[in-house]
Design a protein around this ligand. Sequence first.
Ligand code: SF4
Ligand code: SF4
Length: 263
Amino acid sequence: MPADSVPMPGESIETPTVVAPPEKHVGVGGAMTGAVPWIDKAGVVGGVFRGIRSLFSGMGVTVGYLMRPSTVVTQEYPENRETLKLPDRFRAQLAFNHDDKGYHKCTMCRICEEACPNVSIIITGREKPAVSKKELDSFVWRLDSCTFCNTCVIVCPFGVLRFDGTFESSVYDRRLLSYTLNRYAGPVASVLEKMEDPEARKAAMDPRDPYSGAAVIAALIEKQKATKVSQRAAREAARAARIAAKAAAAAAPATPPEAKDVG
Ligand code: SF4
Ligand code: SF4
């Protein structure tokens, strides 16, 4: 009887046959889904064969590299450091572009510092510039927080920054990952070039240690703490002065109204 027809009185109704779902094949991998593989013998045997096939396929890759050693990517590393060729655009360490005299062009405009999304650049100026109005003291780059996005390199209007391929930067102390990129504190190349006396040029420049970044950051933190302490002290002194003034006003005797002349 068609499924959509209505049975007439006296007509028998057929019971629909329930078809059992096909038996599910469970292999060794079935154990992962909660099935019990050892009950299904065929699954175990199939799983063993699949395992052997996978083993030989992996061994094929190993033997392939054994036969063609030039295709091994990590071949001879780290012994081949001298001949290792990295792509030109490989970004490992941020570096300053110093010219052949060792001068730089950083004007301390701070564009890179503001553009860095991770506060990985910290620039400090010389408190007493030797020649010009503003002179770079330390340009600190924190490798430990840098994401190598290259933004600082792109935004620098004077082409001071670049990434180089010095990728072996492992250290035991994280503080050593804060580098000072400028080789000297002092004026930019164009100012130094104008100074004819080499001794005067030398006097205007202070050498900087590449690993002094942590000390620069620590000094800045101390400075900020000292500023906060002095600001808090000033606020408290002002508050105490206000309280004392109020107290003095409350303690002062009320001025009597001027006696009126009685005629
Ligand atoms: S590469 Fe990106 S994260 Fe690293 S210092 Fe430059 S701007 Fe900051
Ligand atoms: S590196 Fe370039 S962007 Fe950064 S402060 Fe120096 S001149 Fe400005």
